[in-house]
Design a binder for this molecule. Structure first.
Ligand code: COA
Length: 346
């Protein structure tokens, strides 16, 4: 799925952004007490030094609330003015109802349309495209897009191939028409032939929870790390090239690149292939690990605060995740501001 945005002159962009992460920091050394690994191995093979882990009892909507409030405050709008809340997550509060239902209610958004979108680490980019599409089609005027995941809740803390990689986080954006800047294009895709390469096998309708599924740890994440790595390095580049192509741009036109933060080696590969200078690349995987759907909005909130993201910046975002899915969004940043992301909540 690929489309040039703003072709009809309609400018849709991000008005305000927010992020929140749990306060508890778990270092690589702490994980090395659980499995046979080391800080050196994790840093060398992934670039991750630490991640945030939510406390027991904290669910996706609870972590998303401060991020969403920050985004609304930054946009200077009230939750009651929203037409739609989209929560991108693969770690919902419950199998149903949607986490968006809990979040919208907690925010005081009233009888707003609210649903979850499941596209793994690509979820935020997918959700931005849906927000754009809803506004462009006249279905909505103002959309809250949230990316939140607490993948530490689905980890087998004795599987060193996965437990070193993930952390918890939330990010949110208010999407609406803007005076300056806005989205230039989207490119989204999925290859379901790789669906089993990154999954939680049980807990759905194929294998509902039984004592046997619990005993076999089938409610925790299973990952074919090498396959996912190969897939990610390929699509991070092809997706970025496609979205730039539809907008008539080249990698050198990108002022700021917000790649999904899964592994520094995947990002380094994409940056090298695309030829984007490293000073234009956002990198925080060292502090948060892979926060899935939250990774790109956390990058945006931090970049706004540190001045890397400014009005007029041409911003490229590319995600890749379970599905296996991928997606890119290209935009020119308007005058949006960041909420008070202090990196320690939940
Ligand atoms: N600590 C120490 N050794 C580890 C380890 C860990 N945490 N995890 C794996 N190893 C070992 C393996 O057992 C293997 O040992 P062996 O050679 O004796 O069999 C060795 O390291 C190399 O394994 P390999 O899988 O080739 O390592 P890698 O360099 O590919 O790194 C990942 C493994 C998981 C870091 C890497 O494959 C990866 O990042 N994949 C993508 C994952 C991802 O991003 N998923 C989310 C996508 S959104």
């Amino acid at each position: 799925m690929i489309a040039r945005a703003a072709a009809n002159g309609l400018k849709v962009g991000i008005r305000g952004i927010g992020a929140s992460v749990p306060s508890r920091i778990v270092s690589n050394s702490e994980i090395a007490e659980l499995v046979e690994t080391s800080d050196e191995w994790i840093v060398e093979r992934t670039g991750i030094r630490e991640r945030r882990v939510a406390e027991p009892g904290v669910g996706a909507s609870e972590l998303a609330v401060p991020a969403a409030r920050d985004a609304l405050r930054a946009a200077q709008v009230d939750a009651s003015s929203l037409d739609l809340v989209i929560v991108a997550t693969i770690t919902p509060d419950m199998p149903f109802p949607a986490t968006a239902a809990f979040l919208a209610d907690e925010l005081g958004a009233g009888k707003v349309a609210a649903y979850d979108l499941q596209a793994g680490c690509t979820g935020f980019v997918y959700a931005l495209s849906q927000a754009y599409g809803s506004i462009a089609a006249g279905l909505a005027k103002r959309v809250l897009v949230v990316g939140v995941d607490l993948l530490t809740k689905y980890l087998d803390w004795h599987d060193r191939g996965t437990c070193v990689l993930f952390g918890d986080g939330a990010g949110a954006a208010v999407v609406e028409t803007v005076g300056e800047g806005g989205f230039l294009g989207f490119e989204l895709g999925n290859d379901g032939s790789h669906a089993d390469d990154l999954c939680v096998p049980a807990g759905g309708t194929r294998a509902p929870a039984t004592t046997a599924t619990v005993d076999q740890k089938l409610h925790t994440m299973r990952m074919n790390g090498r396959e996912v790595f190969k897939f990610a390095t390929r699509v991070m580049v092809t997706s970025a090239e496609r979205v730039l192509g539809i907008a008539g741009m080249q990698p050198e036109d990108v002022d700021l690149y917000a790649p999904h933060q899964a592994n520094k080696r995947i990002i380094d590969h994409a940056v090298r292939q695309l030829g984007i200078p490293s000073e234009r690349v956002i990198l925080n995987v060292d502090r948060y690990g892979n926060t899935s759907a939250a990774s790109i909005p956390i990058c945006l909130a931090e970049s706004l605060r540190n001045g890397m993201l400014r009005p007029g910046t041409t911003l490229l975002m590319t995600g890749v995740g379970t599905g296996l899915s991928w997606g890119s969004a290209l935009m020119v940043w308007g005058d949006a501001v960041s909420g008070s992301h202090d990196g320690a909540r939940g």
